[in-house]
Design a protein around this ligand. Structure first.
Ligand code: NAD
Length: 455
């Protein structure tokens, strides 16, 4: 009874998709989960954030309605309803995953899993054996050793109970920081972002960061880069002071709440029994190209082992790993991961950027279209965005795309498809884009790119 072909530890998007795939390929599969199924993405990450962002977007539209002839009225957000709506969405999707486990005959073992030895997992005192063990335990918010940081919250707490705030200081201008800045600003809160590097979203195309900084500053979000946070103090029941240095100058900012969003660290606490330890690097489990750890028959996918911490990267890795275990060649290219940031306007990126090409000394052709005269952008009075496409000069093969505009997170898939299949600009130019759409901007950027290629 306690013997499986595959035991997956962690039911987030890496683990649950891998378990379902294993079962679909005929493996006797179990999945171990100590909390709710769905992992960070569903319970404390992507899904709650995007549900709240949808409310914030409705509030923003209502506020800006006058531009479109909609009579302006007092816009207020009921945080209790917003929170309940978020809970309903999460519960519905969670129920869907549990139904899939039942339907596909994946045994859900509730409790904390611990690897006792290769092929052996204990769950709350019961020992199970498996041919293959797949670790997909995800990550938890990282907290740097800043004095007084215990007064700050992480995205986990703020998503659990969204609340009305007058002011919020966000430490970290990365993906979580900027999504929360967009969210709380749209909900009427005064937001200050303190970022240690010389720009927000330091891993993204520089032009995107500059544009987003400009748009958010214009909207009233305060963004301080090159800020070194030195301490957080509680100054009242509902107020904190964050001290930071900026270019040798000591500064302080007051806020009702402080959010710490400086990255996430791999979650391996209690995962390995005594004397069992795979090779790790700064807490991250090291794996080879088949997702195999240094322990025989033990694999790892997602945030616990991956440098890219994204739900869809974890899913792609989990499915590719199980494919290999079943002796199949993975269909998905798990190395090509699009990245989406749900700010307003949205940001999406895939493959090589012009910045990366330049840093690596690789010559590329770049086609850029500013969405200034895109009909749909004008109709919706969207902030000024752009689409940038990068191609190989000799072949015209599309290598990457970066965009910042409405619907960017939906539109990136067609460009990911093009990059994954090494499509050329000439092939992409055969497409007719419906009018008026945001995607016409892709056609325009391709036209610019073709001009560069034929120069
Ligand atoms: P991140 O790595 O994206 O950003 C952290 C930021 O904090 C960086 O800009 C870093 O320079 C800054 N920082 C670090 N230490 C600091 C300090 N002491 N003071 C000020 N700034 C400091 O991490 P995150 O935003 O916490 O997100 C965690 C992970 O979750 C990321 O891998 C992210 O991609 C992922 N995520 C993705 C999405 C999405 O895809 N839409 C949404 C949320 C989170």
């Amino acid at each position: 009874m306690n013997t499986y072909q595959l035991i997956v530890i962690g039911a987030g998007p890496g683990g649950y998709e891998a378990a379902l795939h294993g079962a679909a390929l005929g493996m006797k599969t179990a999945i171990v989960e100590s909390r709710e199924v769905g992992g960070t993405c569903l319970n404390r990450g992507c899904i709650p954030t995007k549900t709240l962002l949808h409310t914030a977007e409705l509030a923003r539209q209502a506020r800006e309605g006058e531009t479109f002839g909609v009579t302006a009225r007092e816009v207020s957000v009921d945080f209790a309803t917003m929170g309940r709506r978020k809970d309903e969405v999460v519960e519905k999707l969670r129920g869907g995953i549990e139904d899939l486990f039942r339907r596909e005959k994946v045994d859900l073992l509730r409790g904390t899993g611990q690897i006792l030895a290769p092929g052996q997992v204990s769950v709350e005192g019961t020992v199970y054996t498996a041919d293959h063990i797949l670790i997909a335990t995800g990550s938890v918010p990282a907290l740097p050793p800043i004095p007084g940081l215990e007064h700050a919250v992480t995205s986990d707490e703020l998503l659990d109970r969204p609340r009305q705030l007058d002011s919020l200081v966000i430490i970290g201008g990365g993906v979580i920081g900027m999504e929360f800045a967009s969210l709380y600003h749209a909900l009427g809160c005064r937001v200050t972002v303190l970022e240690a590097m010389d720009r927000i979203l330091p891993n993204l195309d520089r032009e995107i960061c500059q544009n987003l900084t400009m748009i958010l500053k214009k909207q009233g979000v305060e963004i301080v880069t090159s800020a070194r946070v030195t301490g957080v103090e509680r100054t009242g029941e509902e107020s904190c002071t964050v001290r930071y240095s900026f270019k040798e100058e000591e500064r302080a900012v007051e806020a009702q709440l402080v959010l710490c969003a400086i990255g996430r660290r791999p979650n391996t606490q209690g995962l390995f029994g005594e004397g069992v330890a795979p090779e790790m690097e700064r807490g991250r489990i090291l794996v080879d190209e088949s997702f195999q750890t240094s322990l025989p028959g033990v694999y790892a996918v997602g945030d616990v082992s991956s440098k890219i911490q994204l739900a869809h990267a974890a899913t792609a890795q989990g499915i590719a790993c199980v494919d290999r275990l079943a002796g199949r060649t993975p269909e998905v290219d798990a190395a090509l991961i699009p990245s989406c940031i749900y700010t307003s306007p949205e940001i999406a990126s895939v493959g090589l950027s012009a910045d990366e090409a330049k840093a690596g000394g690789r010559p590329v052709a770049v086609g850029k279209y500013v969405m200034f005269s895109n009909g749909k952008t004008v109709i919706q009075n969207s902030p000024r965005g752009f689409i940038k496409l990068v191609a190989e000069p000799e072949t015209g093969v599309l290598l990457g795309a970066q965009m910042m505009c409405d619907r960017a997170t939906d539109m990136i898939s067609q460009l990911t498809q093009a990059v994954a299949n090494r499509m050329t600009v000439a092939q992409l130019r055969r497409v007719v884009y419906p009018h008026p759409t945001f995607s016409e901007g892709i056609g325009q950027a391709l036209e610019e790119l073709e001009k560069k290629l034929t120069k």
